[in-house]
Design a protein around this ligand. Structure first.
Ligand code: CA
Ligand code: CA
Length: 315
C-alpha cells in the first residue's frame, strides 16, 4: 500500500478549502445539526491574504485556541472565526496564529500541515479532545467542515457555508517526512460499485464500498475535524489537509482520496504551543540560600587549607 501511495504522489493534490457526498443520499442528512457537542467545535475560518479573502474550517481545542491547517494561516494577514448557533453566527477575531515550523505550502504530503489560532476572548462551547492513541488504521471516522459541496459524480459545485458532517474509514497512515505516518488517508468510495475503490486490500472487502454517510472534504474544508470514537466519545484524530483527483477524471469524486494531518503525531507540538514549557525563575529566597551555601563552602575550604598549612609547618 505504501508503494501505491508513493506512486500516487505524482497526482495533483489540492489543499481542501463542506464536503463531497454520496449521490444517493439527501444532502439534508449531511447538513442536519450535530447532536454530538464534539462536532460543534468546528467553525468557519475567514482569512485575508495579499491575494484576497479565502475560507477554511477550524476546530476549537481549548477555550482560547483553534486548530486548523497550516496552509490556512501561514499567509494570513487577518483571521476571523465563526461558530453557528440558533441565534446566527457567533464571531471571533484571532489575535495571533502560527503554522508548524516545518510546513511548506507546496508540500502537503510532508505531514506538517497544521496551524493554531489564538483568541483573547473565551469560546463558550465544549472544545474537541485531542486523540493521542496509535490505532487509527481501519477506524471509522466522522468528518465535518464548511467547504464546497457536490456529490461523487459532480465533484465540488459551490459553497453555501453550511456545515456538512459525514463518515469514512482510515485506509492508510503515511507521510513523506516526520515519523512517516503523519497523514491519515481515506478514499471516497462508491455506494455499490467497488471498481471505484482506490485503497484496495485484496484480501479484504470491508473497505471496498461507501460508508453510510461517506464524505470527502472539498475546498473550504481544510482545518475541519476528523473524529474517531473511543469508549463512546469522539476525539479529534485529524485536521483536513488536502484531497486529490487520483483517478484523473477531472473532478473530486468517487475513486479519489483525501489526507488529514494526524493529531497524535503532532500532539506534543500542539500541547507545547498552548502550554509552553517554561524554566522557572529562581526566587529571591532561593538565591539568598544559594549565596549562604557558597559562603559557607568557601570558608570551610579556606579553613581546611589553613589547617593543612599549619600541619605541614609542624611536620
Ligand atoms: Ca472510503
Ligand atoms: Ca476524480
Amino acid at each position: 500500500m505504501k508503494y501505491f501511495i508513493k506512486f500516487l504522489l505524482f497526482v495533483f493534490c489540492l489543499p481542501v478549502y463542506a464536503g463531497i457526498i454520496r449521490h444517493d443520499t439527501p444532502d439534508a442528512i449531511y447538513t442536519q445539526p450535530n447532536t454530538n457537542p464534539a462536532l460543534n467545535s468546528v467553525g468557519l475560518v475567514v482569512f485575508n491574504t495579499a491575494e484576497g479573502p479565502n475560507t477554511c474550517s477550524g476546530t476549537v481545542i481549548n477555550k482560547n485556541w483553534v486548530l486548523t491547517a497550516g496552509h490556512c494561516v501561514n499567509k494570513a494577514e487577518a483571521i476571523s472565526f465563526y461558530l453557528p448557533s440558533d441565534a446566527g453566527w457567533r464571531f471571533y477575531q484571532a489575535n495571533t496564529w502560527v503554522s508548524h515550523e516545518r510546513f511548506l505550502n507546496d508540500d502537503l504530503l510532508s505531514g506538517w500541515d497544521l496551524g493554531l489560532m489564538h483568541f483573547n476572548s473565551d469560546f463558550d462551547i465544549t472544545p474537541a479532545q485531542l486523540y493521542s492513541g496509535d490505532d487509527e488504521l481501519f477506524s471509522d471516522v466522522v468528518s465535518t467542515g464548511f467547504g464546497y459541496s457536490g456529490d461523487g459524480y459532480t465533484g465540488a459545485l459551490g459553497i453555501d457555508y453550511l456545515r456538512r458532517t459525514g463518515t469514512n474509514m482510515i485506509d492508510e497512515l503515511w507521510s513523506n517526512e516526520g515519523d512517516g505516518r503523519q497523514i491519515l488517508w481515506s478514499d471516497f468510495d462508491h455506494p455499490v460499485d467497488s471498481l471505484y475503490n482506490l485503497f484496495n486490500y485484496p484480501d479484504f472487502s470491508f473497505d471496498d464500498l461507501a460508508t453510510t454517510l461517506e464524505i470527502m472534504p472539498a475546498p473550504g474544508d481544510s482545518g475541519g475535524g476528523l473524529f474517531i470514537e473511543r469508549d463512546g466519545k469522539l476525539y479529534l484524530a485529524g485536521i483536513q489537509s488536502f484531497a486529490g483527483d487520483f483517478n484523473g477524471d477531472g473532478i473530486l469524486g468517487y475513486g479519489d482520496a483525501f489526507g488529514s494531518t494526524r493529531v497524535s503525531s503532532l500532539f506534543g507540538w500542539i500541547q507545547n504551543k498552548i502550554n509552553p514549557v517554561s524554566v522557572p525563575e529562581p526566587n529571591t529566597f532561593l538565591l539568598f540560600l544559594l549565596g549562604l551555601i557558597i559562603v559557607v563552602v568557601v570558608r570551610k575550604l579556606n579553613s581546611s587549607r589553613n589547617s593543612n598549612m599549619f600541619l605541614n609547618v609542624c611536620h
